[in-house]
Structure formats: structure tokens, C-alpha cells
Design a protein around this ligand. Structure first.
Ligand code: C2E
Ligand code: CA
Ligand code: CA
Length: 742
């Protein structure tokens, strides 16, 4: 269910991402096309300027040619010679030719003498300029607009002696401006610096006032743009704008070489849109397609989800092997407060099959599975109430939620279940079963499920240690668990703070009574100054798998102390260190110790490793590898606590220990005939197998004397010395140096 939600979420997220990416792409294309359009508009505008300039210059050079001729001839015959003028007009396309005298009297090919003194073109050309007039009415035909082109006439001394002018149809400009692009949608204007339209291309929209600035300014949104344009016109600087007049448009303007004229080239924005539109439609189509496909995907997932939900529920709440419910189901039901309508009391009972692992090993997992199924079945059969729930916990653990009126009733039911399952027949094997049973009487159903289960579990664990049929949870039991938990936490913290240190118990030569070495024993030196012995922390540390860390701390401490003795110039004696089983299961932990030793620069001849006899059960192969490696690294290996376990000396011979340490229990038996015989025999055999013999736990003179006679090599025990602090043992080593016997 959660997974499906996640998938839907991911689908939606990826759609959103994709759509976003497409929109971004669309925008990118938009911008790209827009900038392309602006560039091509600028090119077109430049092209227009070149063409118009060229055309006008052509006309001026023609006019100049005539003007020169007039100047040379010193008369105005040329304008009076109608035939010649008409011929010239035909060839060069002008309508009228005129010559104006400095006082403004003009003789034209139209047979008229007119006064042009007030005309701008006349005034400008008298100042020496080539000039084109604004559009004017033609004197031949007032319906036709013309432009007057004028140039100065010079005499031989380069003084201006008149103005030569011709007229051309204003239409001519339209011809130059005809060249446009964008499928005929682009167009151009020639404006003067005040925005008056001099000419426009045929496709252009006619501005009502014939003044572009005024027309555009009618729309307030264009005000700033027009200002910008005016400023540029003033500064003679080209530019580009976008404005809104009957639709959005882009315009590029550039100065012409004539008068104060400008060429403005325009393209409507929708031309751009037409280019973009197919792409945008494409993107929209893709978005819609994605949307539809993802709707389909989501619908599919939801359908699938519904279909699988019931299936999943079944898987989630059932135990496959026994076909009864599992712990998750019990949790679900308990949190739903299922007993709200019953007056009865309730209890959670946990059953755990004792020594189930052994049954599996002896009779095979087939037998194990059969027992689990059969027990589950009988629990289910003996339900007396629909509200009761039977579940399989983990492995060989079952939990039942019972409802009952009196405690005796509950106990009777449990007893009968145990009785029914006391013997079970698997194929031809009759198998005896016994159970650890913990009961938690539920006082408050609203209590957290994990807590209820945990209470029943604590009671079951307690029952495991006892022979009683069942154990009820009580607060003391809980407290005990809490104490253990606290102790665990304290050990962890102690390791973090490196509070585990080595103390040293010396070993003595049995004959000379001289100190020969020592055993490092872990001590927990707590922050508050208290010192805790191994029996307080070793077994729990083993259980919670922290013993390896403690061993390492002690090992490091031993390395440090050896180094210190070396620096003090004391002769160093071998120190034996106790190793937990963790060091025997693989070689990496051992390699780590070797590394530490090398780091401190301590030679392996000063360190011996003690391995306790009980670790040998089932482990001979890995133990063998470990011992071989220890020898490779140069350590002497010592078999500790010999006599506590069941190994015979012959069986351990192959393991190649260097030293045999006989346990205190053998020492305690000294004084009895059998005790004396056993220890005597053990020492003799150990020596025959080439092992050095150490006896530990020697407390009395008698014990010592007897062991000396037996040929024991070294003695360790309270009779000689208890475990010492570093300071105390250092003093002993010092006395040894000065040859003072301890
Ligand atoms: P062990 O390795 O057999 O160490 C000998 C224990 O016997 C020590 O107890 C020592 O103080 C005690 N002992 C020595 N002489 C006598 C004596 O004459 N009479 C009596 N009654 N006891 C004597 P300790 O130091 O309490 O250590 C207990 C056990 O804790 C050790 O037994 C060893 O199995 C374990 N242990 C100690 N240090 C370490 C360590 O660093 N790592 C590991 N894994 N285990 C350790
Ligand atoms: Ca030991
Ligand atoms: Ca021992």
C-alpha cells in the first residue's frame, strides 16, 4: 500500500517535472525565436537604409550632373528646352525640372516662373545642402504627391549661384520600401525626426495623423517607448522597440543619410507567434498526451493496489507455515480495542518451545515444522471465544490473547494445552515437548501493544530459567529487566570512556618462587572511583556482544604498560591476556590485535593469549586456525580453566597449546585421595604432551607444596599474590630488578 502510494507520488512528480521541462523548453524556443527575429529585423532595417540611401544618392548625383552643366553654361536654356526636358524625364523618371535664382525666382520645365524663396528645399540647397522635401502636392496633378529633390548650383569659383531641383513621385519611395520580408507581413516607413511619415511601404498601416509618434502616444502603454524613440532620434542613434498599435509589433529604426530622416522597419509580433505556434502546439500536445498516459498509469496502479490490498493484508497478517495469524495481526487487533464489549478479563500468554533448536538438530527441520504446525493447530482449536487471538511470534514462539472470568480458568486452559502437547509423534519418533510460558494479565487494553507483548515476554524469559509451568509478569520482573538494560547502557558508556583497564596477577616459579609472568585481568574503573570485577560485567558483555571491545581495551592497556616498563628499564615478563570467543570465530579480530601491538611497538614474546577450555566445544576447526595464526604472530597460547569443561587432554593435544592452566576446582580437591590423583595425573600427562603447567587458584601452603612435588611449573593464586594495580605490580618488578625476592 505504502509502496503504491510512493509509486503514484513518483509518477505525479515525474509528470510535473516533465511538463515543467517542456514548458521551460517552450519558453527557451520562444526566447530563441524572438532574439532571432530581432536580429533578422535589424538586418532587414539595415538593408532598407542601404537601398534608400543608394536610391537617393543616385538621384542626387544625377541632379548634380545637371546642375554642373547649368553652372557651366551660365544660362537656363536647359529648363526652357521642353523637348530635351521631356526626354530627360522619360529617361530619368522625374516629372519636373527647375532652376531657382538666389532670390527664389524659379524657372521650371512646366513653363512657369514661380517663387520658391519660402520653400525649405530651396533654403537648404542655398546653404549648400542636397535636400529632399517632404511629400508635396504635384502642380501637374494635385492628387499626386511628389518629393522635390534639390542640389546647389555652383559657379566656377564654387560660389552658390542657384538651386537645381526636380520632382519625383512620392510613390518611388514605396518602390524602395517594397522589399520586406516575413511573408509580406513586414513593412517600413520613412519618418522625419519629428515622426512625420515621409513615405511608407505599400503594406504599411497608415497612421491616421501621418505622424507615428502622435499615433502611438494615443496609447498610454506606448508613451515610454515613444520617448525612448524620440531621444534616440535626437541623438542620431538607431534602436529597436516593441509597441502596441492594433496589435503588438517589433520595430527597428536607423538614420538615413538624407535630411533628418529615419527608416523604421516593422514586423507584427504575431509573425513570431506563427513561428512559435507549431512548437507550442507540439508541447501542449505532448503535455496532454503525458497527462492522459499518466492518468492511465495512476488508474492502473490504483486498480492494482485495490486488487493486491486484500492479498497483501493476507500476507501481512498470516504466518505461512502454521497458517495462523502473525504478531502484526495481534497488534492491529489490540490497537482496535477489540474487547471493548466484553466484561471478561484478558491476558496475553506467550508459549515458547524449550530446546526447540535441539529438536531441529536431532530430528531435522521437518520435525520442527511439524511440531510448530501441530502446536499452532491445538492452540487454535482450544479457543473458546471469537475474540481470542492465536498468533505465531518469532520462531518457536506463540502468543495467545485469552479472555476469562477467573485466573483459575485461564491456568486450567494453559495446563490442558501443555498436557495435550507434552508428547508428539513425528513419523516413528515420539518427541517430548516442554514449554516456557509467560503470562501478562492485561489491566489496560489501551496500553501500547509492544509494552503488553514485552511484559508477557519478560515473564516467559523468567519461566525459561525455572521449572514452573508458567510465570506471571510482575513489576519486580520488569524492574530486573530495566536494571539489566541500564547495566548494558552503562557498559556501552564505560567502553566509550575507555574505563576498562588491566590489573595484573603475578605467576611464580614453583621451585624458586620467583615471579615469572602475570595474567592481565579486566577491571572496570568507573568514573566515580569504584572498581568492578569481571563477574559483574563479563557474561552480560558476552551476551550483548561487547566483550570483544573490552578485550581490546585491556589488550591496549597491557601494551601501554609493557612499553612503560620498558622505558623505566625494568625487565619485562610475559603478560597473558584473556581472549573471548569472539577472537576465535575468524581471523580479522586477531589481525586487529596484532596491529595494535605493532603500533605500540611491543614484541609478541611478551604477550600470551589465554583461551578458555569451554570455547572448544563445536569449534575445533576454527580454534585450530586461530591458534595457528597466534603462533604465526609469535604469541604463546595458553589453555585456560582446564578441568571446568569436559575435554580430555588427549583430545586437545592436536590443538598445540603451549601452556596448560589447571583450574582452581582441581586445586580445591587437593587433600582427598581422588583429588590428589587427578591433579597428579593431569600434570604428568600435560608434561608428556610437551606443555608447560600452570596451576591457578592456589590459596594455601599445603596446596602449593603438593603441586611443587607433582612437578607443576608455575603457580598463580592468592597464596602468593592477588591481582595488583599497575602501580603495585611495577613495584614488584622493581624489587625483582634489585634482586630482592618478593
Ligand atoms: P580467569 O581467567 O580464570 O581468571 C582468574 C580469576 O581467578 C580471576 O578472577 C582471579 O582474580 C581469580 N583468582 C586468582 N587466584 C585466585 C585464588 O587463589 N582464589 C580465588 N578464589 N580466586 C583467584 P577475576 O579477575 O574476577 O576474573 C574472572 C574471570 O573473568 C576470569 O577468569 C576470566 O574468565 C574473565 N576475565 C577477566 N579478565 C578478562 C578479560 O580481559 N577478557 C575476558 N574475555 N575475560 C576476562
Ligand atoms: Ca584466565
Ligand atoms: Ca582460569
Amino acid at each position: 500500500m505504502k509502496k503504491h502510494k510512493r509509486i503514484i507520488f513518483l509518477v505525479i512528480l515525474s509528470i510535473m517535472g516533465l511538463v515543467n521541462a517542456l514548458l521551460l523548453f517552450n519558453k527557451y524556443i520562444d526566447n530563441k525565436l524572438e532574439s532571432q527575429l530581432m536580429t533578422s529585423l535589424e538586418n532587414l532595417s539595415q538593408q532598407n537604409v542601404v537601398i534608400i540611401n543608394h536610391q537617393i544618392e543616385d538621384k542626387f548625383s544625377l541632379l548634380q550632373m545637371f546642375a554642373n552643366e547649368v553652372g557651366d553654361k551660365k544660362n537656363y536654356d536647359i529648363v526652357q528646352d521642353h523637348k530635351k526636358v521631356e526626354k530627360l524625364s522619360q529617361i530619368f523618371g522625374f516629372r519636373l525640372v527647375g532652376i531657382a535664382l538666389p532670390d527664389g525666382t524659379a524657372y521650371t520645365s512646366y513653363k512657369k516662373v514661380v517663387d520658391v524663396s519660402q520653400r525649405r528645399y530651396f533654403q537648404e540647397s542655398m546653404k549648400g545642402k542636397n535636400y529632399v522635401s517632404e511629400p508635396l502636392d504635384d502642380i501637374y496633378d494635385p492628387n499626386v504627391k511628389i518629393n522635390v529633390y534639390s542640389v546647389p548650383i555652383y559657379d566656377e569659383y564654387k560660389n552658390i549661384k542657384g538651386v537645381f531641383f526636380t520632382t519625383y513621385k512620392n510613390e518611388d519611395f514605396k518602390k524602395f520600401l517594397r522589399i520586406s520580408s516575413y511573408n509580406g507581413k513586414g513593412y517600413s516607413y520613412i519618418l522625419d525626426s519629428k515622426g512625420n511619415v515621409i513615405s511608407d511601404s505599400p503594406q504599411a498601416q497608415i497612421y491616421g495623423t501621418k505622424n507615428m509618434f502622435k499615433t502611438l502616444e494615443k496609447y498610454s502603454e506606448n508613451k515610454e517607448i515613444v520617448n525612448q524613440m524620440k531621444k534616440d532620434f535626437q541623438n542620431g542613434q538607431g534602436g529597436e522597440i516593441s509597441y502596441n498599435y492594433k496589435g503588438y509589433k517589433y520595430a527597428n529604426y536607423a538614420p538615413l543619410n538624407i535630411n533628418d530622416w529615419w527608416c523604421v522597419t516593422i514586423v507584427p509580433k504575431n509573425v513570431l507567434e506563427q513561428r512559435i505556434l507549431p512548437i507550442s502546439y507540439g508541447v501542449i500536445a505532448i503535455c496532454i498526451a503525458i497527462f492522459i498516459v499518466s492518468l492511465g498509469v495512476i488508474a492502473y496502479i490504483v486498480l492494482k493496489q485495490n486488487k493486491y490490498q486484500s492479498h497483501l493484508k493476507k500476507i501481512a497478517y498470516y504466518d505461512k507455515l502454521t497458517e495462523i495469524h502473525n504478531k502484526a495481526y495481534l497488534e492491529e487487533k489490540l490497537t482496535q480495542n477489540i474487547n471493548a464489549n466484553t466484561e471478561k478479563k484478558s491476558a496475553l500468554v506467550i508459549y515458547n518451545i524449550r530446546k526447540f533448536k535441539m529438536i531441529n538438530e536431532i530430528y531435522g527441520t521437518g520435525a520442527g515444522d511439524y511440531i510448530l504446525k501441530s502446536f499452532a493447530n491445538s492452540l487454535k482449536q482450544y479457543k473458546t471465544n471469537e475474540l481470542e487471538i492465536v498468533v505465531r511470534g518469532y520462531g518457536d514462539e506463540f502468543a495467545v490473547l485469552y479472555f476469562y472470568n477467573h485466573k483459575e480458568e485461564l491456568e486450567k486452559r494453559i495446563q490442558s494445552i501443555l498436557a495435550i502437547n507434552k508428547h508428539i509423534q513425528y513419523l516413528s519418533y515420539p518427541i517430548d515437548l516442554s514449554f516456557a510460558v509467560g503470562i501478562y494479565e492485561i489491566k489496560n487494553m489501551n496500553c501500547m501493544f509492544e509494552r503488553i507483548y514485552n511484559y508477557a515476554s519478560i515473564a516467559k524469559n523468567e519461566n525459561k530459567e525455572r521449572q514452573d509451568l508458567f510465570t506471571y509478569y510482575c513489576d519486580e520482573l520488569g524492574n530486573e529487566q530495566i536494571t539489566i538494560k541500564r547495566k548494558e547502557d552503562a557498559i556501552k558508556k564505560g567502553i566509550e570512556n575507555k574505563e576498562f583497564k588491566a590489573w595484573f596477577q603475578p605467576k611464580f616459579d614453583a621451585k624458586s618462587k620467583k615471579i615469572t609472568g602475570m595474567e592481565a585481568l579486566a577491571r572496570w574503573e568507573k568514573e566515580d572511583g569504584s572498581i568492578l570485577l569481571p563477574n559483574y560485567f563479563i557474561s552480560l558483555s558476552e551476551k550483548i556482544r561487547l566483550i570483544q571491545d573490552i578485550d581490546e581495551l585491556v589488550f591496549i592497556d597491557v601494551c601501554k604498560k609493557i612499553k612503560q616498563w620498558e622505558l623505566q628499564g625494568l625487565s619485562i615478563l610475559p603478560v597473558s591476556v584473556n581472549l573471548s570467543q569472539a577472537y576465535l570465530n575468524g581471523l580479522s579480530a586477531l589481525n586487529h590485535l596484532k596491529k595494535i601491538m605493532d603500533e605500540y611497538g611491543v614484541s609478541s614474546e611478551f604477550i600470551q593469549l589465554e583461551i578458555t577450555e569451554s570455547y572448544m566445544i563445536d569449534n575445533e576447526e576454527s580454534l585450530n586456525l586461530a591458534v595457528t595464526k597466534m603462533h604465526e604472530y609469535g604469541f604463546k597460547v595458553l589453555l585456560d580453566d582446564f578441568g571446568v569443561g569436559y575435554s580430555s587432554l588427549m583430545s586437545i593435544h592436536s590443538l598445540d597449546f603451549d601452556i596448560l592452566k589447571i583450574d582452581k576446582s582441581f586445586v580445591d580437591a587437593i587433600g582427598t585421595a581422588s583429588g590428589n590423583a587427578i591433579i597428579q595425573y593431569t600434570i604428568q600427562l600435560g608434561k608428556k604432551l610437551d606443555m608447560k603447567i600452570v596451576v591457578e587458584g592456589v590459596e594455601t601452603k599445603e596446596q602449593y607444596e603438593f603441586l611443587k612435588i607433582c612437578g607443576c611449573d608455575e603457580i598463580q593464586g592468592y597464596y602468593f599474590a592477588k591481582p595488583q594495580t599497575f602501580y603495585e605490580i611495577s613495584k614488584i618488578l622493581m624489587l625483582k630488578k634489585e634482586n630482592i625476592s618478593y
